[in-house]
Design a protein around this ligand. Sequence first.
Ligand code: ADP
Ligand code: MG
Length: 258
Amino acid sequence: MIALDSKTPTPPVIELEDVHKVYRVGTELVHALRGVSLTIRENEYVAIMGSSGSGKSTLMNILGCLDIPTEGRYRLRGRDVSRMSQSKLADVRGRQIGFVFQAFELLPRTTALKNVELPLTYSRTRHRRNKAIDALRRVHLLDRAHHHPNQLSGGQKQRVAIARALAQAPDIILADEPTGNLDSATGDEIMAIFDSLHAEGQTIIIVTHEDHVASRCRRVLKLMDGRVVRDAINPVEPPPLSNVPLAVPKAPTEAVMV
Ligand code: ADP
Ligand code: MG
């Protein structure tokens, strides 16, 4: 395994060993994953591609501790999570995984700030308000902290969702088609946010079928029929978009105190 952005390899975050997933549908067995072995290290920036039915969602569900493999092993930060009970998995998920979805999945009658803060309540994280404010700042949305989702554009909603994923400093951010509901300019804005989080050290995995999204990631995995058929490093890091600030502006915290 080569180091992506430094000379020494970063520690592994995800280690999959010969992972299989078989669904039973009536009397029929569906082999959604057929032996996936994979290591993803800290600060990697990975795209997962593949046509419909190739196993992307199944793999994301396992990586995100929403489901467990039928066979094989999954170690997350060195800890075997492949045979955990649902309640233990939920705990791991709450603390270690940040999810970003295609359709944002924000609570409608809740401010941006509360949307970001709420998951921290479930995991009983301390200093919730400050962490939520900090996460909104990192996606350049502090000035919208008290807006409701219906007062935000699609791109702003997705930034709130990214802030929510970030707030508890997860080991990985898993994003399933995060630009799928956005026009291409807004999609680029969202990718610029992921680029800046990657530059800050975050480990990011994005499922996408868009080449221009995958080309911004550093590593591209391709699934076909439940197997990884391609695992490639993008040769050059694409230049940042000139119209989106990569440095996170510092805004006074007092401005959003309720
Ligand atoms: P993708 O996200 O790449 O479209 P999926 O992981 O959703 O692929 O699906 C992979 C295969 O597993 C498909 O054949 C799909 O029909 C099947 N599959 C996915 N989820 C389930 C499920 N919950 N029950 C039965 N079969 C499923
Ligand atoms: Mg899918």
